[in-house]
Each structure stands twice: as C-alpha cells, then as structure tokens.
Design a protein around this ligand. Sequence first.
Ligand SMILES: C[S@@+](CC[C@H](N)C(=O)[O-])C[C@H]1O[C@@H](n2cnc3c(N)ncnc32)[C@H](O)[C@@H]1O
Length: 508
Amino acid sequence: MKTKQALVIDLFAGPGGLGEGFSSVQDENGNPFFKIGISVEKEASAHKTLTTRAFYRKIKGLTGGLVGYNEYLQGTLTQQQLFDLYPEQAKEATMETLYSPRALGDDNEIIHERITELVKLHGNGPKVVIGGPPCQAYSLAGRSRNAGIKGYKAEDDHRNFLYKEYLKVLSIAQPDVFVMENVRGILSAKIDGTVMFPSILEDLQDPGQATKIESAKYRVHSLVVSADDPNNPVYHDSKDFLIKAEEYGVPQARHRVILLGVREDIKNVPSTLHRSDEQVSVRQAIDDLPKLRSGFSKRTDDPKDWEKTVSKNSKQIKALLKNQFNEVSCLDLKPFKNLPRSADQPIEPLKKVPKKLAEWYRNNAPICVLNHETRGHMESDLLRYAYSAAYTELSGGISPKSRDFPEELAPKHENWKSGSHADRFRTQAANKSATTVTSHISKDGHYFIHYDPKQCRSLTVREAARLQTFPDNYLFEGNRTQQYVQVGNAVPPYLAQQIGMVVMGLIK
Ligand SMILES: C[S@@+](CC[C@H](N)C(=O)[O-])C[C@H]1O[C@@H](n2cnc3c(N)ncnc32)[C@H](O)[C@@H]1O
C-alpha cells in the first residue's frame, strides 16, 4: 500500500534548501515521502528559483522531461517555452509558489487562505511546517551593524517579530511537526536586556498563547542531543539546539540553530542525526569544476593582460613568501594559459567526495555547468588573492590574517592593522571544511578566495552551491549578485535531507 505523502508548508523559503532536502526523502518503496504544497518567499529571484525547481520536480519523472529541462539549463529554451511543453506541471509549480513573490505579514490573506485550503484537502494526513523567519535582527553581524544605527532599538525592529508570523501559520496549520532554522545569534539575542530565546521556546511550545488562535501544543526537541525525558524534553544548555553542518557530511562549518517541534499528541520520540565518519574538505567538493580565471574590474578586461599580471605577481609573491616560510620551491605559480572566465563545458565526475555525496550532487546532472562564472576584481586584489592562497597552501591550510600580510600588500584601509579586519582576505583552505557561506559572498568575495593561487579569484556561485550541497542541476535564477545571496541564505539540502529522514521516522 502506498503511504500517504506528508504535506510540506515551506515558509521564508529562500532558494529552497530545506524544501530540496525534504523533497528528496523516500519511503521504503522508493516513493517521495514529502510533497511541498506551498513555498512562501518574498524576494523575486529566489521566488523564481523556487518555481523552476518545483517545476523540475514535477517533470523529472516524465518521458522527455529531463530533455526539456536540460535545454532550458543550456539556454536553448526560455522558461515560458519550457512551461508551454508541460502546462499542467507549470500550473502546479506556479501555484506552489503562489504565482508571485509573497511576504508573510503583508500578504497574509492570500497565504493563510491557501494554507487553510491545503490543510483541509489533506484531511488527517501528516503535515510539516519548515523554514525559519529571517535572521538579520537576531544575527550577531546584524546586531553589531545595528548598534551603529542612531536610535536603533531591537524592540522596534519588525524583523524581530517575523517569527510571530511563523507562529500564526503554526496555529492555522497545526502541523504534526515543524522544523525552524535560525542563526546562532537567536540563542543570545536580547530585547531590553532580556535574552529572548527562552520566550521564543515558550511561544513555539504554545503558539496559540502568542497568536490568540486556538492551537495545539508542541514539544521542542534538539536534533543532536537526546533529552533525558523525551516526553518532556528539557535542555539545560541552549547550545544543544546548535547543529554543526560539517559533522553531517557538509563541506562547510555552518552552525545553525534548528528546532524540531512535535505536536503533543504524537507519542513517537524523534531520533537524533547520525554524525558522519569523515569531514568533507573544500577540495573534495569543488576540485573537479573547470578552472577559471578572474577578470579585472575598473579597467579593460583582457586575457593576455591578465596572464601578464599574474605572471608578474607570482614572482613578487614568491619573493615575499620566502621571507615568511623556509621552503617555497614546492609552490607552483606558473600562470595557466587561456583560462576562460566562465565554463559550461562538461565536468569530470566527482572522484574525491564520499560516494553518497557524489551521487547526491550528480543526480540527473546536466551536461553543462551552471552558474560557474567569475567576477572581476581590482588589479591590486588579484595580487592579494594569489598571496593569500599561496600562503594558505604553504601553511598547511591556515589563511593569513592581516598582520601576516607584508606591508607592500596592505590595502589603504584605516582599520587594516587594528584587528577588526584580520580576516579581510580569507582563502578557503583546500584541505578543510569551508567557513560559513553567507550572503556576504555577494558583496566582494574577499572572504571566499579560491585555494588555487593560479586562478586568483573568489568562488563562483556554483562552487559556493557545492559547499552548500546543492545538486549540480539546481539552477539559481536572477543576476549573479542575487544568486550569491540565495546560496548564502540557504539551509544545506544534504543536511535537510537527513532532518527530513528523522521527521519521516517520527510521523510515518
Ligand atoms: C535564511 S533565508 C531562508 C532559507 C531557506 N529556509 C532554505 O531552506 O534555503 C530567509 C528568506 O526569507 C525571505 N523573507 C524575508 N522576509 C520575508 C517575509 N516577510 N515573507 C516571506 N519571505 C521572507 C528572504 O527573502 C529570504 O530568502
């Protein structure tokens, strides 16, 4: 007998990392256990990404479906032409993302109405709410930035209260389970000097109390620490809710709070996530992607000029590093010839990553490489990038701090030596997990320098997407800056799949 699929309500969906993970969970017969009913997202490019992916999920199993999708990825079909080939699936996909970007708070009438309708249609089948309210106001970075705003008061920042929108949806849908993701800063965020996390937990345990809508109550569990009494989970350390993605097969140190709410009448107890045996390094995750050169910004970009500059820089870098390291002869800085700035040619299969992750990346992989195009950098930064990458290689994976940079390479920046910019040029070491991929990567890429000193560049959107464990056929829509923001905002889908499996174990 086919089990009834669980309905997923995806809020603040971003590009759909959580949704992708949940959609990929299969029951024992190989059928998808979860079905996304609605994804709510207010930003236009992320919304388009969600719609494209929703459509892909609906046509991937149809005869010829992947052919059409691949033509779209290669640019030989427009989205409209693709949708016209499968009108029914296109209609369902656009309905899933509510026809347009929508904001919780502003567009509640449409959003709540659709959720109510879906819940009604689903009857007594299992339901799950996923997604976390935006984190800017909670986030540590956000707080230090906000601290500089004259008259800023956290209690007046409406983003602090977007989680109340989340509570409203919990009250309306009363799902079996919810999964709420947020930044680490939510654990220590304060309003009027009071730490907010305990009251956020209380609200999540009893959403009806906060929303004044009659609602079921919830137990809130950690996904990594078992509670002494699972029927009355109490965690004495709020860090028990912190998940370190690098411990679960993600090639990135991403530490996020993830709360698992289980409706009180459900007596099953959730299992915790299984830690992976090995951590995946940046090199393992991206080394097969085509090599690219960076470009020049603020001057004419010319490939021969670029090679000349890199060649000149390499001599200077070797001379500088000789003063810092005993042995530099192993360093190969000879410039590549004729590197492109973007690549859509086929890539070699991943050989270095654990098999399961390789299969995850390459499932229905396209014959082209998506979103793999470099940015232009200032000529002076090209030298710093190459230096930072070469230093990292020689030091066995330690990226140089500002104090390690020779005087000749110091940028003209007042705070350069003060320590506040110590990590200004950070190479993602080949032999380690990446540092957290954040939406900051959309700004300048200085914190996300490729470990190959001969490519002199920051990571491409596709490389960042690999570090976030998006499959290779996941297309990020919008312009390049928007694509970086989407990738940086996402929950790693490979981790989300593991969370989805815990949830399936709980409600199946
Ligand atoms: C951290 S991202 C979510 C990542 C996502 N859960 C995932 O799994 O990949 C938060 C998203 O919420 C969106 N957002 C912010 N305010 C919103 C609102 N009021 N309604 C809907 N979406 C909103 C932002 O545009 C952003 O894409």
